[in-house]
Design a protein around this ligand. Structure first.
Ligand code: C5J
Length: 234
């Protein structure tokens, strides 16, 4: 059940400074925790990446997801992918680079990055409940060509706890889109990961620099403290 009527204030120990939030108008947004990015044989690996780099984000996300479910917070999962006929996949994206398999090609988890295929689905550890929102997106940002804005407006959401993969690509793009739309974004540092640890670090720095030019950064422990504290009425 969603806790939307009563405000529930929480303070998150974040950088560049602590942020006080009404957790009843806050959603958890989990970006692209799909087999295609996380497992061998998927889109991420076709690009030459070491997918084991992303595993570290699963546990912290799982802990925040459990707290969100316990406290009735709106949970939104996103999935990057394309229609089977590739009508929403720009040729400039499909033709880019020299991957071992291109978007739409058959791979060990079905067609690469295609909706409905096994590889496109979310990993079992973080699988959405039927009651949770799943946004399918053709791009890196979760607002472009999706219904995300309408969903957030419908639930009266003003703040986003953002995590997922990869830090500098889909997490950063979504946070920038959200920031321009007026949302306060708190990025969960250990709930994000990149194939390139140095991009992860820089991706987080870019968000919190200049007084938090795109948002705030906090680890999962700080986020959980605020969520659990507010649930206990502190
Ligand atoms: C990428 C994503 N890296 N979810 N997608 O292509 O970050």
């Amino acid at each position: 059940m969603l806790n939307s009527s009563k405000s529930r204030l929480g303070v998150i120990r974040a950088e560049p400074e602590p942020i006080k939030l009404d957790l009843s108008s806050t959603a958890l947004v989990i970006i692209d925790m799909q087999r295609d990015f996380m497992e061998p044989g998927g889109f991420g690996e076709t690009l030459g990446n070491d997918v084991s780099q992303l595993a570290r984000a699963v546990k912290p996300i799982g802990a925040v997801l459990e707290a969100a479910r316990d406290t009735g917070m709106l949970v939104i999962h996103t999935r990057e992918g394309h229609l089977p006929d590739l009508s929403d996949a720009p040729p400039a994206k499909v033709e880019r680079g020299a991957p071992s398999l291109r978007i739409g090609d058959p791979g060990p988890m079905g067609r690469i990055l295609i909706r409905g295929e096994a590889g496109h689905d979310i990993i079992p550890e973080l699988y959405p409940l039927d009651s949770e929102v799943v946004i399918d997106k053709p791009g890196k940002g979760a607002f472009y060509a999706t219904e995300l804005s309408e969903v957030l407006e419908r639930y009266g959401i003003e703040n986003l706890l953002v995590c997922g993969v990869t830090t500098e690509v889909c997490v950063n793009t979504t946070v920038r889109e959200a920031n321009d739309r007026g949302y306060r974004c708190i990025v969960i540092s250990d709930g994000c990961a990149s194939y390139f640890p140095e991009f992860h670090e820089m991706g987080l720095k870019m968000i919190k620099a200049q007084g938090g030019i795109f948002g705030w950064v906090a680890d999962s422990v700080a986020v959980l403290e605020a969520m659990r504290g507010s649930a206990a009425g502190e």
